[in-house]
Design a protein around this ligand. Structure first.
Ligand SMILES: CC(C)(COP(=O)(O)OP(=O)(O)OC[C@H]1O[C@@H](n2cnc3c(N)ncnc32)[C@H](O)[C@@H]1OP(=O)(O)O)[C@@H](O)C(=O)NCCC(=O)NCCS
Length: 182
């Protein structure tokens, strides 16, 4: 059972919050995807496989116990981005994926959102290690774990090279260990 109280995360000093995506948010998410499709295609593989509202609901709209799909909202209920937090209970680790609407880049909103997800995963899931995998050429994405003090561990084994826009791209894995004493 996924508790909605535990999964509403405010972003300190920002008029924004993270909340689990629910069925009633799918239309809003679909509109956001459509208005950002070309921009997202540059860096996220598999956008072309999200053509219909149902595709979207299946892939980004449904949280499972070990993989949570969050929307990033401004306080007036405007959806501006999306984050996924997935844990591997065998290795006691988790990883995060994210995107924000092109219009809302450059304000530190995603860095703050990722910081809250890390806190959530360390405190509530008690994971030992957080990973973020970024396209090697995606400097804006890489800047987020770098800003948050992650270590660069080099080429990711979890996400093998992918063909994106005619180019083979490797992913870089960043990691951070849980230093919260229990
Ligand atoms: C990757 C992505 C989320 C980064 O977005 P972003 O806006 O750069 O990230 P943030 O919201 O954390 O904002 C950081 C920017 O805000 C600025 N900023 C302003 N106030 C800030 C604050 N309080 N804290 C941190 N940064 C702040 C930073 O200087 C930085 O600006 P810069 O890029 O000019 O240096 C976004 O580019 C995106 O969604 N891209 C398409 C999808 C994608 O690539 N996803 C990742 C796949 S691996």
């Amino acid at each position: 059972m996924i508790s909605s109280i535990e999964t509403h995360l405010n972003l300190p000093n920002k008029e924004a919050y993270l909340k689990l995506i629910q069925p009633e948010h799918i239309d809003q998410l679909y509109q956001l995807l459509e208005s950002n499709r070309k921009y997202l295609q540059k860096n996220i593989p598999g956008i072309d496989s999200l053509q219909t509202r149902d595709d979207l609901e299946r892939r980004w709209g449904t949280s499972k116990e070990n993989s949570l799909q969050f929307g990033l909202w401004l306080n007036k209920n405007q959806l501006i981005g999306r984050c996924r937090l997935t844990r591997d209970v065998n290795t006691c680790s988790a990883d995060i994926g994210y995107w924000i609407s092109e219009t809302f880049q450059g304000q530190g909103l995603m860095t703050s959102a990722v910081e809250q997800l890390i806190k959530f995963a360390f405190e509530k899931w008690n994971i030992k290690r957080m990973e973020i995998h970024c396209g090697g050429n995606n400097l804006k994405s890489r800047a987020i774990p770098e800003r948050l003090g992650f270590s660069n561990e080099g080429i990711s084994q979890m996400y093998p090279p992918i063909l994106l826009n005619g180019q083979m791209l490797e992913s870089i894995v960043y990691s951070k260990n849980n230093s919260i004493e229990k």
